[in-house]
Design a protein around this ligand. Structure first.
Ligand code: PEP
Ligand code: MG
Length: 898
């Protein structure tokens, strides 16, 4: 018989921490904590497999489940010495969701289950606290009504407020037992009216309702959205954890909290967390009350604190990673309710990984695997420019809150998640402002630049979700009063309306009026340490795609070991060093295009030559000692000439030509499908003088640099080649020009001649191509386009459906972002293999966008490339991925040996 339910309690557990797929993260954590002797309330976990079954069988439970749940309830009653529904001292349970991947607050929880009109009296008697018992009961009725029966929350909240108003009370904690009793009666009446049924008295009936609701919440819109945003796929579903209730709200000697074994914002090794006295767990996570710091708890409950500190040490040692724990103190006794790998900011991720490796808790290789590519990306998130006058900045302060997630964000204020999504759709930058966020807001949070809430602590929903995303977030800005109807927020006479610009400084918790200038932040020290380990580990080289000296310098700072792609045509329009000269360059290339004969073209190209030479000189200097791959002109010529009449008139005037002639030439250049037209090296076949000018500029710049002591390693690259003969013609032309200049200069200047592989034909005939080419660089933007027959410029219109699991779901990821290793990858493998058959030392790289995508980089390693090339800001991601794949291969080998 299939086992669907796993018990834990009294120091033993049927599963363990490894069983995340079956028990979910929470269930696995509870089982593991039980096994290692931590104080955990007893309970059982219904597996994610049961949830999978539920959805595959028309929302029916597996036949054996009923009995297995009943047996485990009995076991739980035995271990706890209490019975569900007992009128004297009843057992109460919580029913919680928990999938293999953490989805904070996205799924449902029901607390205090087992209470009914009899057992509530038992609870009152056994705790000698009638007020507490009826408070627990009303919470249960409320949760059951909303979560299981889907009744609107507002109607219940409204009754709670009305009851407090009647009694003239503000705080929940001041409501007397009679108030809660009345409210329970009201809720039940409401339940009857709305559902046509009595509120269930039978705890087992309650339990099944709750189990169904937890399974149901797996497919709730917010959960589905969260998985989409977080790219969580391939899970079976949620587990259901049924756990003995312990109470943090029985009085001043009780409480509840959330804590981290290290600081999740900075990574510092300090005990960090929030604690609320006399409260239930949901109060902390929901961020309704602003909690106190753990250090306060150390003073008020020193014994429990000391015990918690011991748990902290034990758990971190055990899991060898920073943990995020939930605990409850019931009448001075500590219970651990959850432990999971703590979400952290990118800076903290680096610090924790490096510190733990230095503490020998993990290896350096583990540390490398701990960093996610997104961590690196987010590490470069902006801060407010230090150049902004501090006084002036201070004068724009609007409010202060709690610094939940660092970094800064600028955006226009919106007050609902829906609005955030709508504005973002229109390409507006928004800051989402809410009193508190709830999991429903996750879509809006994902698109916002930053998040600001008026309530909540560092572990509130908003903070946890935003931290996971490395998204700037301020919570608990309590002085802000938000008027959702008027779409305004105000503090002390200052009002911000929807659409007004604000700046959040998540590192300080400060909200500023207006859009402040942002700059990239300083990197944490641990970044350098970790990247050093990365560089020692990886085998792939990492170069950059850069077209200017500035980008080249930036890329070098980011760790680039050369240039893998310099797109020379970018220099035809812009002068990056002397912007005022941009127009001159543009006119020169246009003159060349409009020329009727070779002579006139050469004359025009001669004007471009000094510009190109200067560009290359700057780049060679910036890359002193490193290889620089320069690609000759690639785009179709029509991209360089104006299409509007007015601009054509200006051009004709500047060049002293007839405007009709200009218009005719532009017309002539028109192609039905320019991406498959007269572009790439086809241009150099037709107009060899363009190639000659570019090669001259490259070689002259290289010789100049060499003379001034710069070490140059030029690599001349031909785009879009499709045949050996074509490439051979261009090689001859290149060598003729280059070797002649070198000879005349009387110097030695080794250079390489190679090609991009961007067409299936070139990949298929790589053995022939390699007879001419000394290196290959896979241009996977075009290779993806030409292999799939999907336009890289237009496919964006329908590709989202191809990637969306709920729609066509043809691809797991956009093939223009992450390599289609199956199809395009097959050509790459073949191309490398065949190319090296001809030329064993053939150097192979990639310079399509995929060179900066972690998964694609790993693939490039596996197929034996020499290097990848990525845009400057993605260089560290490529370095990391190149190291991770080495470690992963090593681990896989070890596992195989075992
Ligand atoms: C490519 O096609 O992958 C490439 C790098 O060239 P471009 O993007 O300039 O066409
Ligand atoms: Mg290309």
């Amino acid at each position: 018989m299939k086992k669907w339910v796993y018990f834990f309690g009294a120091g033993k557990a049927e599963g363990d921490g490894e069983w995340r797929d079956v028990l979910g993260g929470k269930g696995a954590g509870l089982a593991e904590m039980t096994r290692i002797g931590l104080p955990v309330p007893a309970g059982f976990t219904i597996s994610t497999e049961a949830c999978d079954y539920f959805y595959k069988n028309n929302k029916k439970f597996p036949a054996e489940l009923k009995k297995q749940v009943a047996d485990n309830v009995k076991r739980l009653e035995k271990v706890t010495g209490k019975r569900l529904g007992d009128p004297k001292s009843p057992l109460l349970v919580s029913v919680r969701s928990g999938s293999a991947r953490s989805m904070p607050g996205m799924m449902e929880t029901i607390l205090n289950l087992g209470l009914n009109s009899k057992s509530v009296a038992g609870l009152a008697a056994s705790t000698k606290n009638e007020r507490f018992a009826y408070d627990a009961y009303r919470r249960f009725v409320q949760m059951y009504s909303t979560v299981v029966m889907d009744l609107p929350k507002d109607e219940l909240e409204h009754r709670l407020r009305a009851m407090k108003d009647r009694l003239g009370i503000k705080e929940d904690t001041a409501v007397p037992a009679s108030g809660w009793k009345d409210l329970v009666a009201e809720y039940k009446e409401h339940f009857r009216k709305k559902t046509g049924k009595d509120f269930p008295e039978d705890p087992i009936e309650q339990l099944w309702g709750a189990i169904g609701a937890v399974f149901g919440s797996w497919m709730a819109e917010k959960a589905v959205t969260y998985r989409r945003v977080e790219k969580i796929t391939g899970l079976l579903g949620t587990a259901v954890n049924v756990v003995q209730m312990v109470f943090g709200n029985t009085g001043e000697n009780s409480g509840t909290g959330v804590c981290f074994t290290r600081n999740p914002s900075t990574g510092e090794k300090e005990f960090y967390g929030d604690y609320l006295v006399n409260a239930q767990g949901e109060d902390v996570v929901a961020g309704i009350r602003t909690p106190m710091h753990l250090t306060e708890m150390a003073k008020t409950m020193p014994k429990v604190y000391a015990q918690l500190e011991k748990v902290r040490v034990k758990l971190e040692k055990h899991y060898r990673d920073m943990q995020d724990m939930e605990f409850t103190v019931e009448e001075g006794k500590l219970y651990m309710l959850q432990t999971r790998t703590g979400k952290r900011t990118p800076a903290a991720a680096f610090r924790v990984a490096v510190d733990m490796a230095n503490e020998k808790l993990i290896t350096k290789e583990d540390a490398i695997l701990r960093i996610k590519p997104e961590d690196i990306e987010r590490l470069f998130y902006p801060v407010i420019d230090a150049k902004v006058d501090r006084k002036a900045l201070e004068s724009t302060i609007f409010a202060h809150g709690i610094d939940a997630v660092p970094g800064a964000a600028v955006g226009k204020v919106v007050f609902t998640a829906a609005e955030a999504e709508a504005w973002a759709e229109r390409k507006e930058k928004v800051v989402l402002v809410r009193r508190e966020t709830s999991p429903e807001d996750v879509g809006g949070m994902a698109v916002a630049q930053g998040i600001l809430t008026a309530t909540g602590g560092k572990t509130s929903h908003a903070a946890v979700v935003a931290r996971g995303w490395g998204k700037c977030c301020i919570v608990g800005a309590e002085k802000i009063s938000i008027d959702y109807n008027a779409k305004t927020m105000s503090v002390g006479g200052k009002t911000v309306k929807q659409g007004d610009w604000v700046t959040l400084d998540g590192s300080q918790g400060t909200v500023y009026l207006g859009a402040q200038p942002l700059v990239s932040p300083e990197l944490p020290k641990s970044y350098a340490s970790l990247m050093k380990w990365v560089d020692q580990t990886r085998k792939l080289g990492v170069r950059t795609n850069a077209d200017t000296p500035q980008d080249s310098r930036k890329a070098r700072e980011m760790g680039a070991e050369g240039i893998g792609l310099c797109r020379t045509e970018h220099m035809f329009f812009t002068d990056f060093e002397q912007p005022e000269k941009g127009a001159e360059r543009q006119r020169a290339i246009q003159e060349m295009i409009l020329a009727d004969n070779r002579e006139a073209r050469v004359k025009a190209l001669d004007k471009l030559l000094p510009f190109q030479r200067r560009d290359f000189t700057g780049i060679f200097k910036a890359m002193d000692g490193l290889p620089v791959t320069i690609r000759l002109i690639d785009p179709p010529l029509h991209e360089f000439v104006p299409h509007e009449r007015k601009k054509q008139e200006e051009l004709a005037k500047d060049l002293g030509l007839d405007v009709e002639k200009v218009a005719r030439r532009v017309e002539q250049l028109h192609e039905a499908n320019p991406m498959l037209g007269h572009r790439g090296c086809r241009l150099a076949i037709t107009y060899p003088e363009i190639l000659e000018m570019q090669v001259r500029a490259i070689i002259e710049a290289a010789i100049d640099c060499q003379k001034s002591g710069v070490k140059v390693l030029p690599e001349i690259m031909i785009p879009l080649a499709l045949d050996k003969k074509e490439l051979w013609i261009l090689e001859q032309a290149t060598r003729r020009v280059a070797d002649d200049i070198i000879k005349k200069a009387g110097v030695k200047l080794p250079y390489l001649f190679g090609t991009m592989i961007e067409l299936p034909r070139a990949a298929l005939l790589a053995d022939e191509i390699a007879e001419v080419a000394e290196f290959f660089s896979f241009g996977t933007n075009d290779l993806t386009q030409t292999t799939m027959g999907l336009s890289r410029d237009d496919a964006g219109r329908f590709l989202p459906d191809y990637v969306d699991e709920k729609k066509a779901g043809v691809f797991a990821a956009d093939p223009f972002q992450s390599l289609d290793t199956k199809g395009v990858g097959m050509l790459m493998r073949w191309g490398i293999e065949r190319g090296r058959k001809t030329r064993p030392n053939l150097k192979v790289g990639i310079c399509g966008e995929h060179g900066g995508d972690a998964e694609s980089v790993k693939f490039c390693h596996k197929i034996g490339m020499n290097y990848v090339s990525a845009s400057p800001f993605r260089v560290p991601i490529s370095r990391l991925a190149a190291a991770q794949v080495v470690v992963e291969e090593k681990l896989a080998k070890k596992k195989k040996r075992k």
